[in-house]
Design a protein around this ligand. Structure first.
Ligand code: IMP
Ligand code: MG
Length: 185
């Protein structure tokens, strides 16, 4: 299916319905493997929609997680990773002894997630697992795999469901690909 926004045709890769179904399964998996008493740390900005939905799916799975946020940047406004990770906003709480599930939108090179995980482990978290909506396995650069993966993503730049290209398209309720021959309105 294709929709038009901002004068661009966007091909739907993962629909809102597919994502909602997968979120319930992920929450079930997390409940089984991690149990209660967990601290969810959402890596902003890209994961904010996924984190909000997954959090409510965790509630449906019977858990009562706490939530904190970390804002990390590795991309700037472009599509090519700078290879550097910067902390733009840190978690507020003490993570010592906590069972943490990091939530991110996409695992690509792995630098963002590896950086966040190392930081939380260094601060004394007892367990740091990770849950990503999308795994792009082709470009791994850091030695990390996510513990929970929503979908394997084809090697394309995707937008929507919180993810952007140059700050656009975060509001789309699905994950899609902007078609390159789209015309400006
Ligand atoms: P990594 O550090 O290379 O694993 O980069 C992961 C981060 O890059 C994700 O959290 C996203 O913010 C961003 N990213 C990677 N691929 C895409 C994409 O296709 N669309 C939007 N953002 C992406
Ligand atoms: Mg991100």
């Amino acid at each position: 299916m294709t929709i038009v926004r901002r004068g661009h045709r966007i091909q739907v890769l993962f629909s809102a319905e597919d994502i909602a179904k997968r979120n319930s399964q992920l929450a079930g998996d997390i409940a089984k493997r991690v149990g209660d008493g967990l601290l969810v740390v959402a890596v902003l900005k890209g994961s904010f929609v996924f984190a909000a939905d997954l959090l409510r799916a965790l509630y449906e799975a019977g858990l009562s997680p706490e939530v904190d946020f970390m804002s990390l940047a590795s991309y700037g406004a472009g599509q090519v990773s700078s290879g550097q990770v910067a902390v733009l906003r840190d978690v507020e709480g003490d993570v010592r002894g906590r069972k943490i599930v990091l939530i991110d939108d996409i695992l690509e090179s792995g630098r963002t997630l590896a950086y966040a995980k190392d930081l939380l482990v260094a601060r004394g978290a007892s367990t740091v697992l990770s849950c990503v909506l999308l795994d792009k396995p082709g470009h791994r650069n850091a030695d990390i795999e996510a513990d929970f993966v929503g979908f394997t993503c084809p090697d394309m730049f995707v937008v929507g469901y919180g993810m952007d290209v140059a700050h656009a398209f975060r509001e789309l309720p699905f994950v899609g690909v902007v078609e390159s021959d789209s015309e400006k309105e």
